[in-house]
Design a protein around this ligand. Structure first.
Ligand SMILES: Cc1cc2nc3c(=O)[nH]c(=O)nc-3n(C[C@H](O)[C@H](O)[C@H](O)COP(=O)(O)O)c2cc1C
Ligand code: SF4
Length: 543
């Protein structure tokens, strides 16, 4: 052990959820995780070395070779691929590809050391901005984005100028019961993908026996095509922190963690700064930021909890659910960034106001991250029940250079594709489910007439295959078999047999996979076959 090893270990041993933080401390100090560093961590935290090797190697971004942390990693998500990520990869010495890094409305993101940059082939790299959401073109009332464009909003003074932390003060004056009733009446449901009613989750944590109770803000945002949570954290971090503290008030939790994806390095500094500034407002509610290390599955809430605890980040079997057996087996509310940022305005302005923002039977709003072949990409906060056609063509300007749009994805990649016959769909779960898809976290990637949809489907399935944690075989093997069939590397070429096998594999995965990754992945192939059968037949005829 080096003398400063024990300093690092002592510093991290003194705080909750130390393993990831300690590994990052060594990784940042040395530029990689050496065998000596792993031995020091294993001894220091009492984690068996074999377990530690397994866990460290699970993540994309922990480099095990000297200098690895500083080698460039280039996003090769579907939108960046279409923008030339292969050419950028070839230009940058020692660069390797990485899955979608959550900046689909910017040039291609490149992680290098502790920074995130963006670049375009032939033009080099520059600092990565976080563009503000485009002005709301419809003039419709917003919830999460209502103040986000104000100058200085990320500072406590800027936040206070917009009545910051008044909602928390109000929540403290209310009984927990009244607070939960208010949220219940607002109709707020989870914005991270699963859409579970927020008040019901919080009530379950409040009523659960045991403690200490914990609030976890899920800022993993690993779904390709989603980049809304970063915008909220970068431009309105206090709204997220205030939402967490109100969740604490409602549930009886006195501590919280933000689990932040590795690919957002500067967001960590923004959050830590905001926590420091807001100490007096947060009072006894304590918040720590913990940085992930690159693994899509860590967005799944039970996998996230394992990761936070320093365990191997497999999803857990459920029940029991996190509301009773979450972080360190204590009652825990895991909530998405957007869900939490919606809470202060609801407490301030009331359930009826929030519910009334939705259209028809729908209550509230949803942020849509729009990217790909579209004139004005970006994050748009729309009323739930809003027309997809109006968003694509009126707000975002339709295809670039007058090109026809042929497909969009839903829920990032997890909701599969919709074709032009669905432009009249509305952005809400009942309508999208009737189209065989779902809204989920609200990532919408657009593909115009130039794109080969079979190849886009292959990229999507290959992402799921790479990110499958491998815990259950229908997903581990099914995502591989589907990728092979989409690429033509294996499987039949006779169209009827090809389709029969693709349906059968997808059906098995959807029925028996243990978590949402394996259940949702076949929506890619099913929607490809439903909306683009001619492209499938044409591809198969060439094999
Ligand atoms: C494979 C997979 C990845 C997920 N990734 C995320 C994520 O990055 N962020 C998120 O908030 N929820 C993600 N979720 C959903 C979480 O499991 C969980 O439902 C959510 O964090 C709960 O918060 P909410 O109720 O506020 O939406 C993911 C789920 C699955 C199955
Ligand atoms: S469905 Fe896939 S990602 Fe989920 S537990 Fe099974 S193998 Fe892991």
């Amino acid at each position: 052990m080096r003398p400063d090893d024990s300093e690092l270990i002592d510093r991290w041993r003194a705080v909750p959820a130390p393993l990831l933080g300690l590994l990052h401390a060594f990784h940042d100090r040395d530029g990689f995780l050496s065998d000596e560093a792993l031995r020091a961590v294993s001894e220091g935290l009492g984690v068996p070395l074999a377990d530690l090797y397994g866990t460290v190697s699970f993540y994309h971004h922990f480099a095990r070779a000297s200098g690895g942390r500083d080698a460039p990693r280039v996003c090769d998500g579907p939108v960046c691929k279409a923008r030339g990520s292969d050419a950028l990869l070839a230009e940058l010495e020692g660069a390797t590809p990485m899955p979608c890094a959550g900046r689909c409305d910017e040039p291609i993101p490149v992680l290098r050391g502790g920074e995130c940059l963006v670049g375009t082939p032939g033009e080099g790299l520059r600092a990565a901005p976080t563009p503000l959401p485009p002005p709301n073109p419809g003039g419709l009332e917003e919830c999460c984005f209502a103040h986000v464009r104000e100058e200085g909003r990320a500072s406590l003074a800027g936040y206070g100028a917009g009545d910051g932390y008044r909602a928390l003060a109000r929540a403290r004056e209310m009984s927990a019961e009244a607070l939960l009733d208010e949220l219940d009446a607002s109709g707020l449901t989870g914005r991270g993908g699963a859409g579970f009613p927020t008040a019901r989750k919080w009530r379950a944590v409040r009523e659960a026996a045991g403690g200490p109770k914990t609030i976890v803000c899920n800022a993993d945002e690993g779904e390709p095509g989603c980049f809304k949570d970063r915008v909220l954290m970068d431009h309105d971090p206090h709204a997220v922190l205030e939402g967490m503290a109100i969740a604490g008030r409602a549930t009886g939790a006195m501590r919280g963690f933000v689990y932040l994806r590795y690919e957002y390095p500067h967001t960590q500094a923004i959050l830590e700064d905001a926590i420091e500034q807001a100490r007096a407002e947060l009072g006894e509610f304590e918040i720590w930021v913990r940085r992930g290390a690159g693994a899509y599955i860590c967005g799944e809430e039970t996998s996230l909890l394992n990761s936070l605890e320093g365990a191997h980040p497999f999803p857990r079997n459920r029940p029991p659910y996190p509301v009773t057996h979450g972080f360190e087996q204590t009652p825990t509310a895991v909530n998405n960034v957007e869900t939490l940022a919606s809470v202060p305005p609801i407490v301030e302005r009331g359930a009826d106001w929030y519910a009334g923002l939705g259209l028809g039977d729908q209550r509230g709003t949803k942020i849509i991250s729009l990217s790909g072949d579209i004139r004005r990409p970006g994050n748009y906060e729309v009323p739930l029940g809003f027309s997809l056609r109006t968003l694509l063509f009126d707000w975002a300007g339709g295809g670039e250079d007058g090109r026809e749009l042929q497909a969009v994805t839903m829920a990032g990649l997890s909701g599969g594709f919709l074709g032009a016959d669905a432009w009249d769909a509305t952005l809400d779960e009942p309508c999208l489910r009737a189209h065989g898809s779902f809204l989920g976290a609200g990532g919408v990637m657009v593909f115009d007439e130039r794109r080969d949809m079979v190849d886009i489907a292959r990229q999507a399935m290959s992402f799921f295959a790479d990110e499958s944690c491998g815990k259950c075989f229908p997903c581990r093997i099914g995502t591989e078999r589907l990728t092979e069939r989409l690429s033509g590397a294996a499987g039949p070429t006779r169209p009827e047999l090809w389709k029969e096998q693709v349906h059968a594999i997808g059906h098995t995965m959807a029925q028996v996979s243990a978590c949402g990754l394996g259940i949702a992945a076949p929506l890619i192939t099913e929607s490809l076959l439903r909306h683009f059968p001619e492209q499938v037949d044409e591809t198969l005829s060439r094999r």
